[in-house]
Design a protein around this ligand. Structure first.
Ligand code: SF4
Length: 303
């Protein structure tokens, strides 16, 4: 393993590359990354890097986002087939149809969407900033896509807007049941429950803290609790354990995103060695998809 890590470091230097890894990828891949974070943190890192090459360890919409924000850079995905099933639950065509059905509504789209879908959005959001983005939107009616669970959470926190929900969901968070969470909480007396807003309303009702993966790190660090039930993807445990030594984190069964686990150290090495898995998008798609992303990264423009 040391050999692979050493070769990745040498290749990174040779290519002037930066490695970005999502909180859900395997721990050993997180360990060789320059930045580990959630979608928002990685979007910011992608927009600020001066490296020539960005290697994105995550799923394809993340690599696309990095490319859209850095059209002049080479963006590589070690596993270009690592697709997010939720992102594939929403197409540009279906958004156009929804706009016709709800004229005048603003379209707020989760960053967990494909590049073509972003071309039809007014502003992007992540789970970290979804409530703030919806609050800042001037339109009284919002089409929120594609995650209905996150959309429901936003509508509860922004009650003055009418929010039209999409029928998308993250299969991983959707599969975490309130029973699983209650059982884990009962078998770990004193445990604090943290839940990602992609979870169902039944799970969120049991949570002491609701937030993005980045929010969870901050909450767990600041909390006096020693044990946490964590309702999100299990890869998050690696980061939480590193940043909160002495604390325990337990996860519901089956909270594994297969797409996030495809990337390995070997595939990172292969990709840097052969410069494979390059993200290529038509210029007009990138130009249009950049608008909602830049609105999200700056102070959201009124839409
Ligand atoms: S955890 Fe859910 S939202 Fe994230 S990549 Fe996997 S399927 Fe998509």
């Amino acid at each position: 393993m040391e050999g692979t890590v050493g070769r990745i470091r040498a290749l990174k230097e040779k290519r002037n590359a930066v490695i970005l890894a999502h909180n859900y990828v395997a721990g050993d891949v997180q360990d060789i990354a320059d930045h580990v974070g959630d979608s928002l943190g990685l979007s910011v890192a992608a927009s600020e890097t001066d490296a020539d090459v960005i290697v994105f360890c995550g799923v394809t919409f993340m690599g696309e986002t990095a490319k859209i924000l850095n059209p002049g850079k080479t963006v590589l995905m070690p596993e270009p087939e690592a697709r997010c099933p939720m992102a594939d639950m929403c197409s540009a065509e279906s958004i156009r149809a929804a706009k016709l059905e709800h004229p005048g509504a603003a379209v707020i789209g989760y960053v967990n969407t494909n590049a073509e879908s972003k071309t039809e959005m007014d502003v992007c959001c992540t789970s970290s900033n979804a409530v703030g983005v919806a609050s800042a939107t001037e339109a009284g009616k919002i089409i929120f896509l594609p995650d209905a669970n996150l959309g429901r959470y936003v509508s509860e926190n922004v009650p003055d807007k009418e929010i039209v929900l999409w029928e998308g969901y993250c299969p991983v968070h959707q599969s975490i049941s309130p029973d699983d969470v209650s059982r884990l909480a009962a078998s770990n007396p004193g445990a604090v429950v943290m839940a990602h807003p992609e979870c169902t309303a039944g799970v969120l009702a049991l949570a002491d803290y609701i937030g993005s993966t980045e929010g969870m790190v901050g909450f767990a660090k600041a909390s006096d609790a020693k044990t946490f039930v964590v309702a999100t993807e299990v890869g998050m445990g690696h980061r939480l354990e590193l940043e909160c030594p002495g604390k325990d984190f337990v996860f519901p069964p089956n909270s594994v995103c297969e797409a996030m686990k495809i990337t390995t150290l070997e595939s990172v090495e292969k990709c840097l060695e052969g410069m494979t898995g390059e993200i290529r998008l038509p210029k007009d798609v990138m130009d249009r998809a950049r608008v909602p992303l830049e609105r999200m990264l700056g102070t959201p423009n009124p839409v």
